[in-house]
Design a protein around this ligand. Sequence first.
Ligand SMILES: [Zn+2]
Length: 149
Amino acid sequence: MSDQISNERKTAYYIGIAISIAGVLLFLSVFVTGAMNFGNFDNFEGQTRSFVFRAIGGMVLFVAGKIIAHIGARGLAGSGVVLDPKKAREDLKPYSKMTGGMVADALDESGIPEMLDRGSEPKVVIRCRSCQKLNEDDSKFCQECGEPI
Ligand SMILES: [Zn+2]
């Protein structure tokens, strides 16, 4: 039962995404109409007020949508709205399971684990001829005395 995200939460998630997209569109419309009306200063004050209103309204919608989607994905307790550690773990269980799976998939595809393995190999170093300090093999000058390597 707790492995499933409830329909209410799914709905909240999608509504939140939709609200934040609407917010982005509203915000971007400022630039679109701004570009279209470029050089038209007939009603400059009114336009500016409308731009500011839409820019702020768009940002508010975007943030509000993100919060709603966040709560929908993690549940009220899981997103910290209701402070209840036990419930939070239950709320987050399906979510972290899903995220964990996706992260593992993404890591496998990206080859990052291999890169990390390679990173643990010993570094090649070069000894400076004048002061004997060990420098990384791709450095052009000694870290200690500044002599060219
Ligand atoms: Zn040196």
